[in-house]
Design a protein around this ligand. Structure first.
Ligand SMILES: C[S@@+](CC[C@H](N)C(=O)[O-])C[C@H]1O[C@@H](n2cnc3c(N)ncnc32)[C@H](O)[C@@H]1O
Length: 222
């Protein structure tokens, strides 16, 4: 274990599913992400979040930081943090900021955020929930609730809802994975409700390679 690591307990942990499913594929993640049309999904999520000047914002499971950086550019007067357990993805995210101020990246797990209660106005979760095991999803959503101020909002975009015969080959493979199971059907609304959120499904559309994409706005009651 690295004694110099700022979070020595985290230093050697690799108990997460990385962005592209495998460390070796990380350099290709941005390309895969573009081929999957993820930038447009991010744009829609950021628009839904109605970011305001002075907002404190965190993305959980930020990967290589694309959405975190876009959120900062969309509202330059917001303070933005990207958080992910994968140090390799975070290093790429840091490089992409090109010295932008008011943005930082930190190594952390969504289910163990190193932040006090009620610190944030917005939490983003984009395509992260399907990467975490079923028994961690509840604790991760509960952490999002804990770090939001009353009236603050979680904006979540992920694979969810019902599978359909129109789902493509890749979507069907993804749907077989164990961690996806907790996302499908009413999995996401149940998690939001259990954490105490008031939530609304803002949008939902089929995606050839991922199945159905859902967008939730979940508000911590005032
Ligand atoms: C498909 S990527 C999505 C990255 C980014 N949000 C985006 O939309 O491009 C999923 C991310 O979840 C992260 N992840 C996996 N387990 C996690 C956990 N327990 N807490 C937070 N992030 C996690 C992975 O490291 C990966 O970067």
């Amino acid at each position: 274990m690295s004694k110099n690591h700022p979070h020595p307990v985290l230093a050697d942990r690799h108990d997460y599913l990385p962005a592209a499913g495998n460390d070796l594929l990380l350099p290709a993640y941005e390309l895969i992400s573009r081929l999957f049309g993820t930038p447009a999904l991010h744009d829609r999520l950021i628009e839904q979040a109605e970011l305001q000047p002075g907002h404190r914002v965190i993305e959980i499971g930020c990967g290589t930081g694309s959405l975190t950086i876009k959120a900062k550019r969309a509202q330059p007067a917001a303070e933005v943090t990207g958080s992910d357990p994968d140090p390799k993805a975070l290093a790429r995210a840091e490089r992409k900021t090109h010295g932008l101020r008011g943005i930082r990246f930190e190594r952390a797990y969504a289910q163990e955020l190193p932040h006090p209660d009620k610190e944030f106005d917005r939490v983003f979760s984009a395509l992260m929930l399907h990467h975490i095991p079923v028994d961690i999803k509840g604790p991760a959503i509960a952490e999002a609730f804990r770090v939001l101020r009353p009236g603050g909002r979680l904006h979540l975009l992920d694979i969810g809802g019902d599978t359909t015969p129109a789902d493509g080959f890749l979507a069907r493979q993804i749907q077989r994975s164990h961690s996806i199971a907790g996302n499908l059907g009413d999995g996401i609304p149940r998690l939001l409700e259990a954490a105490g959120f008031d939530y609304t499904l803002l949008d939902s559309h089929p995606h050839r390679h991922m199945g159905r994409i859902v967008y939730y706005r979940a508000t911590r009651p005032a």
